[in-house]
Ligand binder design. Structure first.
Ligand code: SAH
Length: 216
């Protein structure tokens, strides 16, 4: 896979579209400028990488629509050096965006095949991220607490264990809801048992599944 002026041009057009849709954070938009998103899709679909649509990435999963990735990342208010936990590595594209913003990134994926594929691409692009294969509902106790937690699959409820693994003052972005529609929630941890929740409209994600680690 190679980058080219043509792909760079397609990225500029996508960034313009994201701006028009209300993404204002220049650091987030810059990440979309520098990451070759087509590396995260199979070769045959490279052309679609810069369209603002979700896409199949194998194992019945999708790479989120660029707008959704940008919107969630913007809500996360990630600052350089912060420790971030992502649930649902999928293609690894969102992981690369987080790394590009200067975070110390941990990401969990329940499909071994996707986990391995994302590891290969992110390594190839020289992103120093820590990817785990496992169940995101459990988080990563060894590396907790996190400044930020980002869930990129539709959660049936807000997992208590993940709230525990969030720093006080930390932010969790989580699409909550079963079925085809979720409400985007931004949860700020005010103290060990005090949280502030704000809602940011409807989105559509593949489900966050519990105790279903898939080894094939
Ligand atoms: N961030 C991804 C989005 C992928 S879709 C990207 O940019 O491509 C969401 C992913 O969450 C899927 O790959 C799915 O397998 C994964 N997932 C669902 N439930 C999970 C769980 N309990 N733990 C870890 N990953 C999970």
């Amino acid at each position: 896979m190679q980058d080219s002026f043509r792909y760079k041009g397609m990225r500029k057009r996508l960034i313009k579209e994201l701006r028009e849709l209300g993404i204002t954070d220049d650091k987030v938009l810059n990440a979309f400028d520098v990451i070759p998103r087509h590396y995260f899709l199979d070769n045959a679909f490279a052309e679609q990488a810069y369209a603002n649509i979700p896409f199949q990435i194998g194992s019945g999963q999708t790479i989120s629509q660029p707008y959704t990735v940008a919107f969630q990342t913007q809500l996360l208010e990630l600052k350089k050096g912060e420790k971030v936990l992502e649930i649902g590595t999928g293609s690894g594209f969102q992981t690369a965006v987080l790394a590009e913003l200067g975070g110390k990134i941990y990401s969990i994926e329940r499909h071994r095949e996707l986990h391995l594929k994302a590891s290969t691409i992110l390594q190839h692009l020289n992103y120093n991220v820590r990817l785990s294969f496992g169940d995101g509902f459990k988080g990563l106790t060894t590396f907790a607490p996190f400044n930020k937690i980002l869930i990129t699959c539709g959660a049936p409820f807000v997992p208590d264990e993940l709230l525990k693994q969030l720093n006080i003052g930390g932010i969790m972005i989580i699409p909550v809801g079963e079925g085809s529609k979720q409400v985007m929630q931004k949860i700020t941890k005010l103290s060990d048992d005090d949280f502030e929740t704000k809602e940011f409209g409807h989105f559509s994600f593949v489900p966050m599944l519990e105790k279903k680690v898939n080894k094939s």
